[in-house]
Design a protein around this ligand. Structure first.
Ligand SMILES: [Zn+2]
Length: 378
């Protein structure tokens, strides 16, 4: 088995799990956050910097790499790890989410999805078999099954049909997967906000015995309490001896709330995307470093952070760089935001180990301002 999960303990104050995931490219402690490197690069960061900040696994996007530069070129280079010089673990998505969200001209059929390339307009076809072939060529440690991710909200009847198709597609993915010894394939539980459909999806997928499971179709515009409710009834449907991955979630409060509900892995473009807009996550809330009030502020972005950015550069300097679209400014904010989330997950793991994640959550939310009415979130 390419991917195995080592369960360590459950937090007695919450349902959070402490564990370790073993992959062909090293192990990582869970719960964890995975930085997103869409085009085989976490924008503005070198793999050396990612390693230095403590990232052990990153995510890359199948859809984008399929279109540019093409999975054949990456395979020729010796796989994605070699191509981008990253020795840690890599998870690739199936490409499905991008096809469903980026492309307007798409047609979903039983065999797969016909759509137009969002760059060239060329006609393309993505199916469970094609998604497996591309991910096998990329050589990621964790591959994702090709699923349909319907938008929120979706009607029950549509969602039911979609869930059933996703289960049939999952079977086809397992059959088409050529390298189960070196790459682990995760199934994705769908079903929107409907408990009955989440149950059905979880039942179908766990019967196929994947080495890990994702909960998909969340963080697609639903309110946070809906997401938390869905996690509450979906997470316990998944096997305890396999990792659980919540797709597309990366705001600090959602990471903690997901961990509390038994999630082990998260990914999101949020920390890197807002960094390139001059917005930073800090221990006391968000900080928009572009703001004029920082022009003479010579303190670090976050006074409680010991990252490379915060140890060496001031708000005033970073504001000046970001205001002038200097690449270095975006490197500094990106480094800080990723470090902040990786460190947050380290604190979460520590709190689980000591059975006090509930207290940690209260303190963090208080300090971050999430408990205030109209708190500014991401
Ligand atoms: Zn920092």
């Amino acid at each position: 088995m390419a991917i195995t999960y080592e369960f360590i303990k459950t937090c007695r104050q919450t349902g959070a799990r402490l564990g370790k995931v073993h992959t062909p490219h090293g192990s990582f402690d869970t719960p964890t956050f995975m930085p997103v490197g869409t085009l085989a690069t976490v924008k503005t960061m070198s793999p050396e910097e990612l390693e230095q900040m403590g990232a052990n696994i990153i995510l890359s996007n199948t859809y984008h790499l399929w279109l540019r530069p093409g999975e054949d070129i990456i395979e020729e280079a010796g796989g994605l790890h070699k191509f981008m010089n990253w020795d840690g673990a890599i998870l690739t998505d199936s490409g499905g989410f991008q096809v469903f969200s980026l492309s307007d001209l798409r047609e979903i059929k039983e065999e797969g999805v016909h759509f137009r390339n969002h760059i060239s307009g060329e006609k393309l076809f993505l199916s469970p078999e094609k998604a497996m072939q591309i991910q096998n060529s990329l050589g990621s440690d964790i591959m994702m099954a090709f699923d349909e991710c319907p938008p929120y909200p979706a009607e029950f009847d549509y969602m039911k049909k979609s869930v059933e198709r996703t289960s049939r597609w999952a079977e086809r993915c397992l059959e088409a997967h050529q390298k189960p010894d070196s790459q682990g394939l995760f199934g994705i539980v769908q079903g929107g906000e409907y408990e009955e459909l989440r149950r059905q999806s979880a039942r179908d997928l766990t019967s196929l015995d994947f080495p890990g499971y994702a909960i998909g179709g969340l963080s697609v515009g639903e309110p946070k309490d809906v997401m938390n409710r869905v996690l509450e009834f979906t997470s316990p449907l998944l096997p305890e001896n396999k990792p659980r991955y919540l797709m597309g979630v990366g705001s600090p409060d959602s990471l903690i709330d997901g961990a509390v509900r038994g999630i082990d892995m998260f990914d999101c473009v949020l920390p890197t995307r807002i960094a390139r807009n001059g917005t930073c996550m800090t221990s006391v809330g968000r900080l928009v470093v572009r703001n004029a009030k920082f022009s003479r502020d010579f303190r670090p972005i976050d006074e409680h952070c010991d990252c490379h950015t915060c140890r060496n550069y001031s708000r005033a300097y970073i504001r000046h760089l970001v205001k002038n679209n200097e690449t270095f400014g975006f490197r500094l904010t990106t480094y800080h935001n990723l470090y902040f989330l990786l460190k947050l997950m380290e604190h979460v793991r520590e709190a689980i180990r000591e059975d006090r994640l509930g207290d940690f959550r209260e303190e963090f939310f208080e300090q971050y301002g999430f408990n205030k009415p109209n708190a500014k979130n991401f």
